[in-house]
Design a protein around this ligand. Structure first.
Ligand SMILES: *Cc1c(COP(=O)(O)O)cnc(C)c1O
Length: 483
């Protein structure tokens, strides 16, 4: 693959197409203090204090860098309960970018899921989807329904060169409708830039087939566009029909295929907030009454006017290839270099972050000793980098109190948009490679304080041996004076 700007060496170098004019100082604690910090956090990266973290790769939600235009727009926001000019500017941006006439603002992505689920998912409703997202599943179940993940055989393969792991398996969709009856399928949901399988895209060709199935049975197609930018970027890079298309054409092609689109603006527009958009007045009216009930009046939906202004500008900026390519190119740089060094990592590189395969990385740590959690703690100790466990700790116990081994055991290193420099990414690469060479030192974890629900957020663990001390000693041997 070529860089966005060609280098005479032919080397792949993702060049930043922005400059940094506001900076935030980072702390890189000595390794001994990093060990104390992760002990204090119960070996759970969610419980670390940000001041102890060097590179925060926990999530891309609400942590992206705003542009100067976004920051400037927040200074001219128009505060009003009803009819604010800020809202009018957001509405114009929505129509311009997505081509949808009707819009409902909400306070963040999950609020959109709440409203859509309450309106459309009845008791016994089954929602087919390419893959679930945590809050999506919770809201569909809260409304009395269930989800059915109908992904292709490629989706969960760690090592793959399949370009569209986010595709739906059309035969499985047809089979589900036949088995359940179309009256029990409230809608089909597709998620752009499929989050939990590593930010992997679907193709327009696949979405067209899903649309065909929807038309055949009279079903709605709901599109989660929280990670739209990355999916659009991959379509341009990987789907031949669109290699010369401009970004707006691809965005419109996707949105035109859906009946309802919704998003988390914490991701898609580097701001805060969220929204639901549709071309159908009938669908809009069905959802509208829940917005004042749960979110706020129809011209703010629980958001501040400053967020609304930044969202409007951020959505327009997301039509710029230089903007949307930055994060996937950095991820590709990191993933390809780790892969070439033999470090087990999910391939092909996706759009959200790099995902280390902890099962292979720590093949000597049994899955019920939480390898992905242990890898996250170990990486923090040797680097100050904060990742997120996406494995067995993220699964809650079953009704009998048994651990449920996760299908995949990943450590996610999210790449917030435009936040890091390439030398910081090189630092991540260096420390992960060093840790891989010293992986035999890393041992397992066990809970000593375990909540029943969503234990990964606030649960506390301890190492099953003195492996963290051994890791610190090895680090000091190799980096005698360094941090
Ligand atoms: C983050 C996310 C959501 C939820 O959005 P929030 O703003 O965090 O509530 C929903 N769907 C996808 C695909 C996401 O990535």
């Amino acid at each position: 693959m070529q860089s966005n700007v060609q280098f005479s060496s032919g080397e792949f170098v993702p060049l930043e197409m922005h400059k940094v004019r506001v900076v935030q100082k980072l702390n890189l604690l000595p390794v001994e203090e990093r060990l104390k910090a992760i002990e204090g956090a119960g070996f759970n990266t969610f419980l670390l204090q940000n001041r102890d973290v060097f590179l925060d790769m926990l999530t891309d939600s609400g942590t992206n860098a705003m542009s100067d235009q976004q920051v400037a727009s927040m200074a001219v926001a128009d505060d009003a309960y009803a009819g604010s000019a800020s809202y009018s500017r957001l509405y114009e941006a929505i129509v311009e970018v997505f081509g949808t006439e009707y819009f409902l603002p909400v306070h963040q992505g999950r609020a959109a899921e709440h409203i859509i689920s309450q309106v459309f998912v009845g008791k016994d409703g089954v929602v087919p989807m390419n893959f679930h997202f945590t809050t999506t599943k919770a809201h569909i179940e809260l409304a009395g329904g269930r989800i059915a993940e109908l992904f292709t055989d490629e989706a969960l393969k760690i090592k793959s060169d399949f370009p569209f792991k986010g595709n739906m398996d059309i035969a499985k969709v047809e089979a589900l409708i036949a088995a359940r009856g179309k009256e029990n399928v409230p809608y089909i949901r597709m998620e752009a830039g499929t989050n939990l399988i590593g930010g992997q895209p679907f193709s327009i060709a696949n979405m067209r087939e899903v649309r065909r199935v929807c038309d055949k049975y009279g079903l709605l197609l709901v599109l989660d566009i929280s990670l739209l930018n990355e999916n659009v970027y991959f379509i341009k890079m990987r789907e031949k029909e669109f290699q010369d298309a401009d970004i707006k054409t691809i965005v419109r092609t996707m949105c035109d295929l859906a009946d309802i689109i919704y998003f988390s603006a914490r991701k898609i527009s580097c701001s805060r907030g969220g929204g639901i958009a549709t071309k159908s007045r009938e669908l809009y009216l069905k959802m509208r009454e829940l917005v004042p009930l749960f979110e706020g009046f129809l011209t703010y939906g629980g958001m501040s006017v400053r967020e609304i202004e930044a969202m409007a500008v951020g959505l327009r900026e997301s039509l710029d290839m230089d903007m949307i390519s930055q994060s996937p190119m950095f991820i590709k740089y990191l993933v390809d270099n780790l892969d070439a060094a033999g470090v087990p990592v999910v391939t092909p590189a996706g759009g959200l972050g790099a995902h280390l395969d902890a099962k292979a990385f720590l093949s000597h740590v049994p899955q019920l000793d939480y390898p992905a959690g242990a890898l996250g703690a170990a990486l923090f100790i040797v680097s100050g980098i904060r990742g997120m466990e996406r494995g067995t700790i993220s699964m809650d116990r079953d009704e009998d109190g048994h651990d449920v081994p996760s299908e995949v055991e990943l450590l996610r290193l999210a790449m917030p948009r435009r936040v890091f420099t390439l030398s910081q990414v090189k630092y991540v690469e260096d420390r992960v490679k060093w840790l891989y060479q010293n992986r035999e030192l890393i041992g397992g974890l066990e809970f000593y304080d375990e909540p029943k629900v969503l234990r990964f957020f606030v649960g506390r663990l301890q190492p099953k041996s003195d492996w963290p001390q051994k890791l610190v000693a090895r680090f000091r041997r190799d980096f005698p004076a360094g941090r």
